[in-house]
Write a protein that binds this ligand. Structure first.
Ligand SMILES: [Zn+2]
Length: 511
């Protein structure tokens, strides 16, 4: 077939659910006489429009894209650490932090009509598509495996490390040397009874089962199944705490350091992956309430058994790590010093000129009839109380805590009597802080990027966890929150309120 005669017809549409984050690209391969002889479909994903919801957004439609996003990226759209750091699971290691930024183009399929196959039409279409996407694409296709996953990536940069890897030098997938010969459960039960029992039996009974296997043959507790999984690995992967605890009575050093299996991970690495995926799943569907005690106890025991330092005792360890803190200084394990700084800036009336229209967009429209000056002043009183709590105490943020700092004057009383809630103010400050963070327009960085107080604070995995903070301060994700459309609102700013239930003069506003 004369490839010079072919052309591409490209159509781009917004994905209706997330029009700013995702474009659907459909390409037809056109021949002047034969017409449409093939097609290519792709998604163009703009991660900067996904904020911290990258996984949630890609979970919306196709299972394949869900798999792609979960395997390679975290919720911020950054490549997962084990694919970057040296080790078995990063494969050739040719993909790095450059994968964290820019747009992603995911090619879903390339199809050529049956009668025109094996003539190079598909390769031609793919190359032309890449040229259209990236002007500098050359005439060879350099898709190389990301880590040891089932996904291959292409970089438009001709000097990218992936271009130096010959096709036969690419890494094999994780499960390359393993094949499940025992697909069905019954067969597995017969062939690997100990592994099967550990995965299935989550009662205390499993400890004596493991003991009986050990008594008959002490090597049985180290033997791998057909996927390379040892009993301790199976216990960890199925989050079976009793089954994980029992074999730690014996010397498991070799098993704990063993990553030769279809996951390419040691038991502790596998556990970290499980914790991450359980958390991500909960964040998307149910809301996350911290890692479970079983998960963390298992992590504590394995870390200890591997001879790594864990300084806290188990109770402290559970408290400190429950919400994923990595700085050891988060209040309550979840409010990081940088998050506190960021929220206190939002609660500071001096720093942020307060615009009533912006504030009021976080008040439910049902309360609009009460929008009078005392209501506004009551709102500002709550805002100052939040600022005082955040700047003068090490306490976590909570409605109860803030209440202690609210002056019980006419304004705050009016605010609460008319249905005002501390949570509405929490909603506005966390929403605005998130909008101005690196998950939004990053204007926070412009203002405070070189602030010495800010720079002196430790960094923590919780620094951008606005969703977690919102959940912890009572902003239930299932409930509706602002900003509401308040364009219809006619604010009675000059009024002192429709009620005259006391004769006090309005004090002058502190602004
Ligand atoms: Zn922390």
């Amino acid at each position: 077939m004369d490839m010079d005669a072919l052309s591409l017809q490209i159509e781009i549409k917004n994905y209706w659910v997330y029009p700013r984050a995702i474009k659907l690209i459909s390409v037809q391969v056109m021949h002047p006489q034969l017409g449409d002889i093939g097609s290519l479909n792709a998604w163009r994903i703009s991660r900067s429009q996904c904020a911290g919801s990258f996984l949630e957004i890609l979970d919306e439609d196709k299972a394949e894209l869900h798999q792609f996003s979960m395997t390679l990226f975290d919720k911020y759209g950054n490549l997962r650490p084990h694919l970057l750091s040296p080790g078995y699971r990063s494969g050739t290691g040719c993909w790095g932090r450059e994968m964290d930024s820019g747009e992603l183009v995911y090619i879903l399929d390339v199809t050529v009509n049956e009668s025109h196959r094996e003539k190079g039409v598909g390769t031609w279409a793919l190359l032309e598509f890449l040229k259209w996407q990236h002007v500098q694409a050359d005439d060879t296709i350099h898709f190389r495996r990301v880590g040891r996953t089932g996904f291959f990536a292409y970089s438009p940069k001709s000097n990218h490390p992936s271009r130096d890897i010959p096709l036969d030098g690419d890494a094999f997938a994780l499960d390359h040397n393993f094949c499940t010969t025992t697909a069905n459960l019954e067969e597995r039960k017969l062939k690997f009874p100990l592994h099967h029992a550990i995965t299935e039996d989550k009662t205390t009974n499993i400890a004596s089962i493991i003991q009986s296997f050990y008594d008959r043959d002490p090597t049985s507790i180290h033997k791998a199944d057909d996927m390379g999984f040892t009993p301790i690995f199976c216990a960890v992967a199925s989050l079976n705490l009793v089954a994980a605890r029992k074999p730690l009575d014996w010397d498991l050093h070799a098993d704990l350091g063993n990553a030769v299996n279809a996951e390419g991970a040691t038991p502790l690495e596998q556990l970290a992956d499980t914790l991450t995926s359980n958390r991500e799943f909960a964040e998307i569907y149910l809301g996350w309430n911290g890692h479970s005690e079983d998960e963390l106890t298992m992590q504590y025991l394995l870390t200890q058994a591997m001879g790594q330092t864990v300084d806290a005792n188990i109770t402290d360890y559970l408290t400190k790590t429950k919400y994923g803190c990595t700085c050891d200084q988060c209040a309550g394990g979840w409010l990081s010093p940088r998050m506190r700084f960021c929220l206190q800036a939002k609660g500071n009336l001096q720093i942020l000129p307060i615009c009533w229209t912006a504030l009021s967009s976080f008040i439910p429209p049902a309360l609009y009839p009460s929008f009078y000056l005392p209501f506004y002043k009551g709102y500002c009183e709550v805002l100052s109380a939040i600022h005082v709590l955040l700047t003068t105490t090490d306490d976590v943020l909570s409605a109860e805590g803030v209440r202690r700092f609210i002056k019980p004057d006419r304004n705050s009383q009016f605010f609460f009597r008319k249905g005002g809630q501390i949570e509405y103010v929490f909603d506005s400050i966390t929403h605005c802080a998130r909008e101005q963070s690196s998950l939004g327009d990053d204007t926070f960085w412009e203002t405070f990027g070189d602030d010495e107080d800010w720079l002196s604070l430790p960094t923590c995995a919780n620094d951008l966890e606005f969703q977690l903070v919102r959940g912890m301060i009572g902003l239930d994700r299932c409930q509706q929150w602002g900003p509401y459309d308040n364009s219809e609102l006619d604010v009675g700013e000059d009024s002192n309120g429709e009620e005259n239930d006391d004769d006090e003069e309005e004090e002058d506003d502190e602004e």
